[in-house]
Design a protein around this ligand. Structure first.
Ligand code: MG
Length: 169
């Protein structure tokens, strides 16, 4: 059965929470991206924008799909060779980034720069998710999803403050 919008939203939030990601951590990424361009930015504004991004249906779909694949991989339930490819987070796989781009796309081209930057530097929660050495957890999709939500939220902030979008394009 297709879930009504608000139910999908609730489940997407719950899935993020179950995988150890808080909206505050994502808001922190947004803050650090935008603070150089918008000195009066607050964590509250960043959190509001993260919440707005997660209210989008496309974003909820990407969250559910990516986390599902991470969890099935953790449980060893995929077929070979996909099981090993996702488990090892193979660099040439790339579908995790493609799925994340469906989130970045929602707020236009500024998001791509921010997403690329986060993917390369892996600050905060993204670095934590990307570090597989200490545990059996798989976050091949989730690290990109979190980066994409932050990038989209940062773009949303920029769109609301046109003077900084000029700088960022
Ligand atoms: Mg990844």
């Amino acid at each position: 059965m297709v879930q009504p919008g608000s139910e999908l939203h609730r489940i997407a939030l719950k899935r993020l929470q179950d995988r150890g990601v808080t909206l505050d951590e994502i808001a922190e990424l947004v803050y650090n991206l935008q603070q150089p361009y918008l000195s009066e930015i607050t964590m509250e504004l960043c959190l509001e924008n993260v919440e707005a991004v997660i209210r989008k249906r496309e974003v909820q779909n990407a969250i559910l799909t990516g986390i599902e694949l991470d969890v099935l991989t953790e449980e060893g339930k995929l077929s070979s060779p996909l099981q090993e490819i996702i488990k090892e987070d193979e660099g040439l796989y790339g579908i995790d980034e493609i799925l994340a781009l469906s989130i970045v796309n929602v707020y236009g081209s500024i998001g791509f720069t921010n997403y690329g930057y986060l993917d390369k530097t892996k600050p905060g929660v993204i670095g934590r998710l990307d570090d597989h050495t200490e545990s059996n957890e798989t976050h091949t999709f989730l690290d990109d999803i979190v980066g994409a939500i932050a990038a989209a939220a940062a773009s949303r902030v920029a769109h609301d403050n046109p003077s900084i979008s000029d700088i960022m394009q």
